[in-house]
Design a binder for this molecule. Structure first.
Ligand SMILES: [Zn+2]
Length: 163
């Protein structure tokens, strides 16, 4: 990513959760975004309460694979383990999930989607999720597969993608 696009991005997102800039030292920890009025950590322009918070609370379900991906990323941010488990495909769902509280998720980039719309039964979402761990900024690049179960999108599996 070029410097120009990074700085443009940081200006347009200055009031939102900023994606990490890996070359820089980790910024001070932000408050946990469980307040429904804060900008949604998934990067969309809505508040957490109106965006992924609705899915986490169970008031609505993600209409597309991409929205499910975003809401699952967001569940990592707010440490919502039950949501992660219930949106996991039954064939792949772990019995439990231990989230490392030392990992602070700092931003999500959706790189590519395939299928996964209201008209599909399957979808693929490629993303890069940024995080800071022990002061080191890093990111996870993954290609995830999503499948509908009883009409609801679920996360099937993901493959780590090089850099
Ligand atoms: Zn969201």
């Amino acid at each position: 990513m070029s410097k120009a696009s990074r700085s443009r991005r940081s200006r347009t997102q200055s009031s939102r959760t900023e994606p990490s800039r890996p070359a820089r030292p980790a910024p001070a920890p932000a408050p946990a975004p469980t307040d429904p009025a804060v900008p949604c950590p998934c990067g969309r322009a809505e508040s957490y309460g109106d965006c992924c918070g609705r899915f986490h609370r169970g008031d609505a379900s993600a209409p597309t694979a991409e929205r499910l991906m975003r809401s699952r990323y967001c569940a990592f941010v707010v440490l919502d383990v039950p949501y992660l488990l219930r949106t996991w495909h039954p064939s792949a769902r772990p019995a439990d999930l231990d989230l490392d509280p030392a990992v602070r998720w700092t931003g999500l980039d959706i790189l590519r989607t395939e299928g996964g719309s209201a008209f599909h039964q399957e979808g693929v979402v490629e993303f890069r999720a940024h995080y800071v761990h022990e002061g080191e900024a890093d990111s996870q690049h993954e290609v995830s597969r999503f499948v509908r179960v009883d009409g609801q999108w679920t996360y099937l599996d993901g493959q780590n993608s090089g850099s």
